[in-house]
Design a binder for this molecule. Structure first.
Ligand code: OGA
Ligand code: MN
Length: 197
């Protein structure tokens, strides 16, 4: 079994057991380095993130204050990342029969003071988003930079995760409320949602 396949198997096992999976420094390193470079260089193209469901998208800085930029495959780096996501989607479908047939990803940047209040990515039966993934791109992240992801699995203690380079989390979009604590440092990540459209 190759390393990607055993990584994806570990994600599947965790999803079955806990509805989430945390993988520290396991994403493809070369792609992550280039994604970070691209995010830093295109910083000026990021736009205030919106919140809401379906066609009601509003900018609400009391809920989240990060900025985002969609990943469309416009560079080889973006293509490489989307292809890794496609592999993960196919693996989830083969192992869990999820029937995922689409996905979307965006970069996000949290500048000092930025946060995202506790939320779910999908309301039961109301959204096409089924599986969420967040990839972190921050080298040398220090505890005093805060900006942790906090997940609230039902009936279990909350989990706090530092957004460290090449680490990622996968979770069932409807099942895990989560938040991003105010970051004290520029914080780069990519959020992806695997969908049934
Ligand atoms: C999101 C989100 C978490 C993170 O964009 O919906 O919850 O750690 N992001 O950046
Ligand atoms: Mn979220």
């Amino acid at each position: 079994m190759n390393t990607q396949e055993s990584l994806f198997n570990a994600v599947v096992d965790d999803l079955v057991e806990h509805s989430y999976s945390i993988q520290i420094n396991k994403a493809p390193i070369e792609i992550c380095k280039k994604l970070l470079e691209q995010a830093v260089n295109n910083n000026n193209l990021f736009k205030a993130a919106s919140v809401g469901r379906n066609n009601l998208q509003i900018e609400d800085k009391t809920i989240r204050s990060d900025k985002t930029k969609w990943i469309t495959g416009q560079s080889q780096t973006e293509k490489d990342w989307l292809s890794w996501c496609e592999d993960l989607k196919n693996h989830l479908n083969r192992s869990l029969y999820l029937g995922l047939n689409n996905f979307e990803c965006h970069f996000s940047i949290y500048e000092p003071g930025d946060f995202y209040q506790k939320h779910v990515d999908a309301f039961k039966g109301k959204s096409n988003r089924k599986v969420s993934m967040v990839l972190y791109l921050n080298e040398n992240w220090q505890p005093e930079h805060e900006g942790q992801l906090v997940m609230y699995p039902e009936g279990k203690p909350a989990l706090k995760l530092d957004p460290t380079f090449a680490s990622f989390v996968v979770f069932l979009s409807e099942d895990i409320p989560h938040e991003v604590l105010a970051s004290q440092h520029d914080r780069y990540a990519i959020a992806c949602w695997f969908r049934i459209d």
